[in-house]
Design a protein around this ligand. Sequence first.
Ligand SMILES: O=c1[nH]cnc2c1ncn2[C@@H]1O[C@H](CO)[C@@H](O)[C@H]1O
Ligand SMILES: [Zn+2]
Length: 331
Amino acid sequence: MNYLSLPKIDLHCHLDGSVRPQTIIDLAASQNLSLPSQDINEINALMIAPETCPNLEEYLMRFELPLSVMQTADAIERISFELFEDAALENVKYLEVRFGPQLHQQQGLSFDDIIAAAVAGMQRAEQKYDIKGNYILSILRTFPKDNIYAVIDAGAAFLNKGVAAFDLAGAELPGFCEAFIPYAEYAKQKGYKITIHAGEQGVGQNVFDAITLLHAQRVGHGIHITSHEGAYQQVKLHNVGLETCPSSNIQTKAVEVLSDHPIKAFYDDNLPTTINTDNRTVSNTTMTDEVRKIMQTFDLSEADYYNIYRTSIDQAFTSNDVKQHLLSFAK
Ligand SMILES: O=c1[nH]cnc2c1ncn2[C@@H]1O[C@H](CO)[C@@H](O)[C@H]1O
Ligand SMILES: [Zn+2]
């Protein structure tokens, strides 16, 4: 099977976790920032999370270095373009990228500038390559909540013009959802779609809460629904898309080894299961690698792959026109 040439869809990919190492070196030089090293291999090693981190927090430390160079509009535009370019060159036909606008204000950029730059980079790539995309705005769960409405308001101007959805990311504690009910409600009213990181490090109850309290239409990872019958049934009942990210799930110890990943059981039980990268640099992966790993580990056929591809189309936060275009690549 030629995994590179398969048409692919990535619904869960973080901008700051997918920066090219060489771009970090270039941007640090042009921004007069000092780096721990100028050697591309050492920069790469600093950004790639170990094969198994003790926990999600250890994994999340890898984002500091890329974020240090992502504090200007030009840098964000470039990194956004390059991510869509990298994906297009491996036949990703549709890509939803998420990032946290709150993480890009170290030099005073406004939320509007930050979101506009990310969208502009995506649109430049859409002109050049056969790829379409949308942005998802991630709120950091561990950050002060005082500017969440401002992020939602700034992003609302880009809805249907490059921004599609609202997300919660960062460290996952049991019971985190309740504190975010008013923000998810507000985002929904403004017209955002909703996806929430849940059931990754935290308990299955978080997935149940994300669906029932925060209107999640998809969940990031969702692994721990395996040990929570109520959450499992909610996913099934409401056709909630499971954005699984196999390599990342091993690194953060959401699962021990790939053969233990519940993705095949989810697929066999007709849950809306998708394959995604999470972080191309931090997880040292590509969509081609993720698809290959899952297909080989679980002995999936080409027909199985296209079932998953069609589920990704169904779950994508995009227009019917784009969905029709994506279906044209399906077998
Ligand atoms: O797998 C993950 N689980 C939870 N949070 C994550 C994951 N990957 C990245 N981020 C967080 O999302 C922020 C915005 O992109 C990143 O800076 C990182 O803190
Ligand atoms: Zn993620």
